[in-house]
Design a protein around this ligand. Sequence first.
Ligand code: C5P
Length: 308
Amino acid sequence: AASIALPGFPPTTFPPPAFRCFRPGTPRAGSGSMDSTTMLPPGVAVIADFDGTLTRYWIAGRRGQTSHGLLQQGNAEYDAKRQALYEYYHPLEISPTIPIEEKTKLMEEWWEKSHGLLIEGGLTYDAIKKSVSEATIALRDGVVELFELLEELGVPVLVFSAGLADIIEEVFRQKLHRSFKNIKVVSNRMVFDEEGCLVSFKGKTIHVLNKNEHALDMATPIHDKFGYPNGYNPDSVLMKQRTNVLLLGDHVGDLGMSDGLSYENRIAVGFLNNNTEMSFKSYLDAFDIVYLNDATMRGVVELVSQLC
Ligand code: C5P
């Protein structure tokens, strides 16, 4: 196992046990030192990224798949083309050295090409259901408890993803076996024709670096008579009325998820899944709490039960 020294922490070995690091001044649940002026009072909203945040990064020694990555179109040629795009663009996505403007252009390119391939390769809704049932994807331990606690507390949850809404909702259907009325998915949403074939994507593309106000307006899907999403409820302003935000992400770009909200207090929790040594400092600067080593969601459950 490799040895690593993180700034301010004793040297540890990989894979070390999951642990969390706090940015100085962050309220700590259960520490007894919480300052009431920095606590999130009632009126809280949770805004969470999906891939690598609500889902595990490693599953039985294999990389967990993303909502994009798990998709098998039933068309080997197109699956291979999308995989080739992933191999080219993913290292660019996680590189801490590419300037943000340049990276944004690259991410736009990646999303445009992969959405195009999904349409061109003839994706069906049935292929989505089958892909999810066969995927290497798992919610982090503690996510179900978190959802149940937030439902009980009446806290709205926005799952804000640069992935694919229809797949995330299918993952929730298959893994949670129940629905949560307080959870909304804002992500790239597909439009299917009456035969269940993908024909287009709805609205502005959301990629990892533009999770912003415009994307937030896409909340609350309306379904057509066949059960397919075909529009958005214009009064999906629930989140905007909340002034206290708990944000969960695995990418510094995820911090933009709360840009459309006029919050007064925000606690940002980051899951640092890869490039740990290179990215640790920037995560600690950006997030209030940083979890390493594919930690569970139980610390967040503890935090919510202390705060709400
Ligand atoms: O849920 P989240 O916003 O994290 O979803 C985006 C993730 O999907 C990215 O981290 C990216 O690596 C992955 N992705 C992918 N294939 C694509 C586009 C994005 O695996 N074509």
